[in-house]
Design a protein around this ligand. Structure first.
Ligand SMILES: O=P(O)(O)OC[C@H]1O[C@H](O)[C@H](O)[C@@H](O)[C@@H]1O
Length: 430
């Protein structure tokens, strides 16, 4: 995996940074790296996530899911960090096992999914670090009932990943369900390389060892200079650009298989860095599709965006047939992959020409190893950015506020946040 910062420099993009700025910033990267390494060594909350490529035991995960022979589908019931990492992997990789995610509690979507599945051959993978998240527990109760209605023993088809305590742990113990622990010190959005993200991938038959190997390769590249570490290069320039007013970061992979990766990245970047009035708003885009919609804004709208373009350099390709149509002759004999690459390079050049900084991230392939590299590098980039910005990367009090308010409204306890809902001001126009 490599990160190309060429179009971040002010010599290429008018709103970029100078080489001297990056060199000055590198001294702060060294200090931040030192802090990160100390946190990792002490196993501090959050920093521990960067140890996962070595601390996760893939054999234990395989073993835990091995009782489910040949499932037709895996439904992961979880939300946020308990779903998006697994979804990034299973949506990017091909498998005979269909992977679905019940994260939202939209009744129509839940019903539609459950009606479409053969529940007798489906594995239900329930994931919640806290074991108390309302959406996850509610969805699981609905799935349980659907299985019972279909004459399926839900306890035989359910797998749980959760913390040491909580409703879900109690349920797993009561019914002797196969389960895996969530590692300590790893917030949900940093947990893709643990039991949380890898169990669904293992159930779908993916090579989880290779995911961890790719991650370990990026871990080995962490160093005290942004010029030696792709992860830190990305984290440092994102921070430097945000400081200069580029408060939005459009993640734009040129691969359909990486569409869910952008969702995962959005949670990582938003929940980790959006604090104290700081942060960089993640936007989700897909190349080449969004060249024909959002790119107009990126290139000609407010000068507040960094665009991150991601692609794989090797992939399956499809030839474009020759055609007699004069105006289209240039396409014949080339391939969809070549067209996609041309679009990618045209976009980055067009952004740079309009003064918009952009970063190119290239993987060899979108496979288990490449995904491990990409996911680890983005996590390390985020931790570095958090250090440079002096924010508390590993907490999410703003999200917890809404969770407490919703619980209070449903009668799940006395939460003062619920009062604010009752006091909502109204100015209704009909
Ligand atoms: O794993 P859980 O405890 O169910 O939490 C699921 C999600 O809940 C909240 O929304 C947090 O902000 C997320 O970071 C977390 O990933």
């Amino acid at each position: 995996m490599q990160v190309d910062l060429g179009n971040v420099l002010d010599t290429a993009s008018a709103h970029g940074v100078s080489r001297e700025t990056l060199e000055r910033l590198d001294g702060r990267v060294a200090a931040a790296h030192d802090r990160i390494e100390r946190g990792r060594e002490a196993g501090e909350h959050g920093y521990e996530s960067l140890n996962l490529p070595n601390s996760t035991d893939p054999a234990a995960i395989r073993d835990a899911v091995s009782r489910f022979d040949d499932p037709s589908a895996v439904v992961t019931v979880g939300i946020g960090g308990s779903a998006l990492g697994a979804a990034t992997l299973t949506d990017a990789l091909e498998s005979d096992v269909d992977a679905y995610y019940l994260d939202n509690v939209d009744p129509e979507a839940v019903e539609r999914l459950l009606d479409s599945l053969d529940l007798a051959s489906t594995v239900v993978n329930v994931v919640s670090r806290s074991g108390t998240t309302a959406e996850t527990l509610a969805n699981f109760l609905v799935v349980q009932e659907a299985m019972a209605d279909a004459g399926v023993d839900w306890a035989d088809r359910t797998f749980v990943t959760t913390g040491e305590e909580g409703n879900l742990r109690d349920l797993a113990d009561q019914h002797d369900l196969p389960s895996l622990p969530v590692p300590d010190g790893v917030p949900g959005r940093f947990s893709v390389l643990s039991t949380v993200g890898l169990a669904a991938a293992a159930l779908c038959g993916h090579d989880i060892e290779a995911v961890l190997e790719g991650a370990a390769a990026q871990e080995a590249r962490l160093s005290d200079s942004l010029f030696d570490s792709p992860a830190y290069a990305y984290g440092a320039v994102s921070y430097a650009l945000a400081e200069r007013g580029l408060r939005q970061n459009a993640m734009m992979p040129y691969a359909e298989s990486l569409e869910t990766f952008s969702e995962w990245f959005a949670q990582l970047w938003a929940e980790s860095l959006g604090k104290d009035g700081l942060g960089q708003t993640p936007l989700r885009a897909l190349g080449a599709t969004d060249q024909h919609s959002q790119l107009q804004l990126y290139r000609a709208g407010p000068r507040d965006k960094l665009v991150t373009l991601v692609r794989a350099t090797e992939r399956e390709d499809v030839a474009i047939p020759e055609t007699d149509l004069d105006g289209l002759a240039y396409l014949g004999g080339s391939s969809l992959g070549e067209l996609l690459d041309a679009e990618f390079e045209a976009t980055e050049a067009s952004l740079a020409a309009a003064g918009c900084p952009n970063v190119r991230i290239e993987l060899d392939r979108v496979d288990e190893y490449g995904l491990g590299e990409l996911l680890y590098a983005m996590e390390a980039a985020c931790v570095l950015y958090g250090e440079l910005a002096s924010v508390d990367t590993f907490i999410q009090p703003a999200v917890e506020w809404g969770k407490r308010a919703a619980r209070g409204l449903l009668g799940g306890g006395d939460f003062e946040e619920a009062d604010a809902v009752e006091e909502k001001s109204r100015l209704v126009v009909e």
